[in-house]
Design a protein around this ligand. Structure first.
Ligand code: UDP
Length: 246
């Protein structure tokens, strides 16, 4: 359906990159890396914005399974090997999300930055944007395909590449604070902050490569909590949730 013909709620943002860290899939009680119930509830949240015609690119992390630097140190493998293990972890998460979204009736494609033709399409920008235009959710797995990067950087990169209106980073915290809210009762949340102020105040929003990519490409970042139901929906409707960096 042509967007102009659509009735019902009108989203403020039409094409987004949603960055989910691997940890959002973890079972908080038993520590299992992928929890079926949590996975389903996240996919239902994604479906809510898919149903109103928002073009969704999903970048999934792998930290619930393996993180390059810390994982490599513990297991004695090289950093680069650890990073490839981390990138493979994002593919595992990507497959779980693919499967779950499909079961909910969402049309979805999985693209991997590391070619794996038995289970995912290779990442091809034009093909990805075509999928989005046709109303398919695209999951970008495999990170950037290069060691020494993160999936936050992948999200910044893909957001710029597909010309997203915004990079939405769903986390466990409901926005950006002037200091760590877990340690300081008087921490103050920002509703909005300029890139340059976030840099000056050394607020850790994402790693510096990811952050500078967004700043250089004028890609707005919305940091919000995944814990409140309906938050992705509210974010695309332009409700004042989380912290906007622009
Ligand atoms: N990784 C990488 N290159 C990339 C993206 C990810 O080497 O372009 C590796 C890196 O080791 C990282 C791991 O994959 O620790 C998992 O990604 P990340 O830590 O960003 O996941 P998240 O914290 O978002 O779950």
């Amino acid at each position: 359906m042509d967007e102009s013909e659509q009735t019902g709620p009108k989203p403020k943002y039409h094409r987004i990159i949603l960055k989910l860290s691997g940890e959002v899939l973890r079972n908080a009680e038993d520590g299992e890396p992928i929890d079926a119930k949590t996975l389903k509830s996240i996919c239902e949240e994604v479906k809510k914005v898919y149903d109103i015609g928002v073009q969704v690119g999903l970048v999934i992390g792998g930290g619930n399974i393996f993180r390059g630097l810390s994982g490599a140190e513990m297991r004695g493998v090289d950093r680069t090997t650890g990073d490839y293990m981390g990138m493979l972890a994002t593919v595992i998460n990507g497959l779980a999300i693919l499967d779950c979204l499909e079961k909910l009736g969402v049309t979805v494609r999985l693209q991997s930055a590391i070619p794996m033709d038995k289970l995912a399409e290779p990442f091809i920008l034009r093909r990805a944007t075509r999928h989005l235009e046709r109303g398919r959710v695209v999951i970008f797995a495999g990170g950037t395909g290069n060691p020494y990067f993160s999936t936050d950087t992948t999200a910044a990169l893909r957001a710029s590449e597909i010309g997203a209106d915004m990079l939405m980073k769903a986390t466990k915290v409901d926005g950006i604070y002037d200091k760590d809210p877990a340690k300081h009762d008087d921490a103050v949340k920002y509703d909005k902050i300029a890139y340059i102020d976030a840099l000056r105040d050394r607020l850790k929003i994402m790693d510096s490569t990811a952050f500078s990519l967004c700043m250089e490409n004028k890609m707005p970042i919305l940091v919000f909590s995944m814990r409140e139901p309906g938050s992705i929906y509210r974010a695309v409707m332009g409700d004042a949730i989380g912290t906007l960096v622009e």
